[in-house]
Design a protein around this ligand. Structure first.
Ligand SMILES: Nc1ncnc2c1ncn2[C@@H]1O[C@H](COP(=O)(O)OP(=O)(O)OP(=O)(O)O)[C@@H](O)[C@H]1O
Ligand SMILES: O=P(O)(O)O[C@@H]1[C@H](O)[C@H](O)[C@@H](OP(=O)(O)O)[C@H](OP(=O)(O)O)[C@H]1O
Length: 296
């Protein structure tokens, strides 16, 4: 967990991603380590119909000889926010990462260690002998044990009302498990769940209209769910570090399976399943309420 205390009412919380990538900034803003890919995306998104769904971009700054992207702090103004990071899409690695691994496999010991920590039986005999696996192998395995491969999204991390960051969601895979997680994350608040569902529905409309979305393969990006005790609730698109322009003749659909070379990411499959899961969670809440009313 990375946790900085800032001179402001709430404190910066990082649910997922690489440690050391963020720096506190002026009130209402954060600094993220510069990447050309993410910077170009945020610049383009400020001119796109998706602008209301992404943190506002304020340009590039240099601090202590390091370049950063300055962007809106999405937690600003929230009272002890609860936050969930959902990585979206059926694929979490770039086609170019796969091509590189095929051409020149680079076995990684750290990824092998992460794998056996979750499931000691997961490596093959050859991988066990090497005590190492390639990145696409690790990423595909992560996709298969979570809901990424089947539902096109997975929960990466959660924090509730300023509590500790929970990151133990690697094997949350079924719709029922995800519904349970949403129920506890929202403390069974129907108004919050309804606000999330409605935001996802309007996001879907904007995505279908977006010129940026048609022309970009969105990999490893997240939806950040944030709400607070006062009932503010919102969902944001974040992390465009692996969002690349598709080859110029391609217009991506985002709702079809990925095959090598088609650059599809399954983003809309994930968004649809996520919205549907939240809808089912609301139905379950209503049914539970009816049962309780009948019992009384
Ligand atoms: N604009 C923002 N406002 C508030 N919190 C943010 C914002 N952007 C990111 N975060 C927090 O930081 C976490 C990591 O963000 P992000 O995914 O952009 O980082 P990353 O290091 O690029 O991740 P990855 O390693 O998966 O590529 C998010 O889960 C969220 O908790
Ligand atoms: O969540 P886990 O299981 O810890 O696995 C990491 C996660 O998938 C990150 O998204 C990925 O970074 P990118 O998305 O930037 O590729 C990172 O690769 P890395 O170790 O090569 O940075 C993985 O180790």
């Amino acid at each position: 967990m990375v946790h900085w205390s800032l001179k402001r009412h709430n404190s910066w919380v990082q649910l997922a991603g690489h440690e050391g990538n963020f720096k506190p900034s002026e009130r209402g803003q954060i600094l993220k380590k510069f990447s050309q890919v993410e910077n170009s995306c945020l610049e383009a998104l400020m001119q796109d119909v998706l602008r209301p769904y992404v943190p506002t971009y304020y340009g590039v700054v240099e601090k202590e000889q390091e370049k950063y992207i300055r962007m809106e702090d999405l937690l600003q103004g929230l009272e002890r926010p609860s936050i969930m990071d959902c990585k979206i899409g059926v694929r979490t690695y770039l086609e170019e990462e796969l091509a590189k691994a095929l051409q020149k496999p680079t076995p990684r010991k750290d990824m092998y260690q992460k794998m056996v920590k979750v499931d000691p039986e997961a490596p093959t005999a050859e991988e066990r002998a090497q005590q190492a696996i390639t990145k696409p192998r690790y990423m595909q395995w992560r996709e298969s044990i979570s809901s990424t491969a089947t539902m096109g999204f997975r929960i990466e991390g959660i924090t509730m009302e300023g509590g500790t960051v929970q990151r133990d969601f690697k094997q949350i895979r079924t719709k029922e498990q995800i519904m349970e997680t949403f129920l506890s994350f929202t403390r069974r608040r129907k108004d919050i769940l309804a606000a999330y569902q409605s935001r996802l529905e309007s996001m879907k409309v904007a995505l279908q209209e977006s010129a940026f979305f048609k022309t970009h393969e969105v990999i490893g990006s997240s939806l950040l769910f944030v709400h607070d005790t006062k009932g503010h609730a919102n969902v944001w698109m974040i992390d465009f570090g692996k969002t690349l322009a598709a080859p110029s003749h391609m217009s991506l659909r985002h709702d079809v399976p990925w095959q090598v070379g088609n650059h599809e990411d399954g983003y809309l499959l994930g968004l649809g399943n996520l919205a549907e899961t939240i809808k089912s969670t609301i139905h379950q809440l209503e049914e539970d309420q009816e049962t309780m009313d009948l019992d009384q």
